[in-house]
Design a protein around this ligand. Structure first.
Ligand code: DSN
Length: 431
């Protein structure tokens, strides 16, 4: 496909550099993955040309008969994956999906309760630097300091004290399972709505390897590009039998008081917060959803989790503290305090060794978010390349060697060569 860029050498060169980076580095960022060539083809298709504001059968533009078909296929496949009664596949991102939900259900100033950002939560779950913390009155629940895990007593006590309108489950950097039934119980006790943002583990939930929040929540959002391995984007879902009357009586921008949550979500995503949907991305979401429905995706998701467990165990064997002592999903948070290196420096020197991670705050971190005491590691992308337990052992040893020799550039360069050698056995797009 690169031949069409021959006339734009400047951009062609940048694209080749990025392709080469993805092929030759070890991608351990927990929120990233590599899409199939089929997803790439749909994302790069002529559907990018089409304006389709509205929804299938109710658009503001002519010529939408075929993009309507693409959106309907995406919706039907997504419903099948998670057992959803209602889905909206138009949000451009996870943030847009969450914004659509909040603005549909809440009024400015309403209280929301989500996992604190510095304990693994997400920006859009109430961080003061994000719209969610500016428009709404956000309270964060912490992890238990001793177990470094969710503590339902703490969450319940906070919910009782704060009486939020909306409780948010889900995280960006939390490696353990969620008890959605317990969250439902807490939400019911205080009369709150319950939302889960399952962006990180949704691909694992899709195959029944982790608890499914849809039967317990009023609404569930996810991005489509992490463990779900689709194009960048977001979706909103309501589980079977869970759509209900506009719970808090919020009105649309037009002043209508819509009848149900699903009507509110549709109206809030478009025209409320977005204009024309990205129809090429919606078609790419449909392609990815079909891949998720295949049996081979169960093998993939299982391997992602096995790989994460092995990588965590191998790092712990080498004296690394893993927050909560392990992982139930695709990621782990490494506390680097004992290794006398900050997350910032670890990210930089691992980069020199050809290993891509992100610095991350650990619960009760004493360092700033720009420095941090930890790093987050995920196995979704390397598993897509076909890597298994043996390669996880090599990766743990590369990481350890790089951290031990963090000030020795020649060692980092030699690890980089070993990383390239390993990756050459697991080609991505060049096969
Ligand atoms: N930036 C994503 C992550 O890394 O988890 C979430 O938005």
């Amino acid at each position: 496909m690169l031949e069409y860029l021959e006339n734009d050498k400047e951009i062609l060169e940048i694209l080749k550099l990025e392709l080469n980076r993805q092929e030759s580095n070890l991608e351990l960022i927990a929120s990233e993955n590599f899409v199939s060539k089929a997803v790439l083809q749909a994302a790069g298709s002529v559907l990018t040309n089409k304006y389709a504001e509205g929804y299938p059968g109710k658009r503001y533009y002519g010529g939408c008969e075929f993009v309507d078909m693409a959106e309907n296929v995406a919706k039907q496949r997504l419903k099948q994956i998670f057992g959803a009664e209602y889905v909206n596949v138009q949000p451009h991102s996870g943030s847009q999906a969450n914004m659509g939900v909040y603005m549909a259900l809440l009024k400015p100033g309403d209280k929301i309760l989500g996992l604190s950002l510095d304990h693994g939560g997400h920006l859009t779950h109430g961080s003061p630097v994000n719209f969610s913390g500016q428009i709404y009155n956000a309270v964060g629940y912490p992890l238990n300091e001793k177990t470094q895990q969710l503590d339902y007593n703490i969450i319940e006590d906070l919910a009782v004290k704060e009486k939020p309108k909306l409780i948010i489950a889900g995280a960006s950097a939390y490696s353990r399972e969620w008890d959605y039934a317990k969250f439902r119980e807490i939400a019911d006790k205080v009369g709150a709505l319950l939302m889960t943002d399952m962006s990180h583990p949704s691909g694992l939930i899709a195959k029944g390897l982790l608890n499914n929040p849809l039967p317990y929540c009023d609404v569930v959002t996810t991005t489509t590009h992490k463990t779900l391995r689709g194009p960048r984007g977001g979706v909103i879902m309501i589980g079977e039998g869970r759509d209900r009357e506009n719970p808090l009586g919020v009105k649309t921008f037009k002043g209508d008081r819509l009848k149900t949550m699903s009507e509110l979500f549709d109206s809030m995503v478009m025209p409320g917060i977005q204009g024309g949907p990205l129809m090429h991305i919606i078609m790419a979401k449909a392609v990815a959803f079909r891949e998720v429905l295949e049996d081979s995706f169960t093998d993939y998701a299982n391997q992602v989790m096995k790989n994460a467990k092995v990588l965590a165990a191998e790092l712990m064997n080498r004296g690394y503290d893993i927050i909560s002592n392990g992982t139930d999903n695709h990621l782990m948070l490494v506390d680097l305090t004992q290794k006398n290196i900050s997350g910032k420096k670890a990210e930089r020197i691992l980069g020199l060794a050809g290993i891509t991670v992100n610095k991350n705050m650990i619960p009760f971190d004493t360092k700033s978010p720009f420095v941090t005491s930890g790093m987050r590691i995920g196995t979704a992308a390397v598993t897509t390349r076909g890597m298994k337990e043996a390669e996880m052992k090599s990766i743990a040893s590369f990481i350890d060697k790089a951290i031990i020799n963090c000030d020795d550039e020649s060692v980092l360069t030699s690890i980089n060569a070993e990383v390239k050698e390993l990756n050459s056995k697991f080609p991505l797009y060049r096969q």
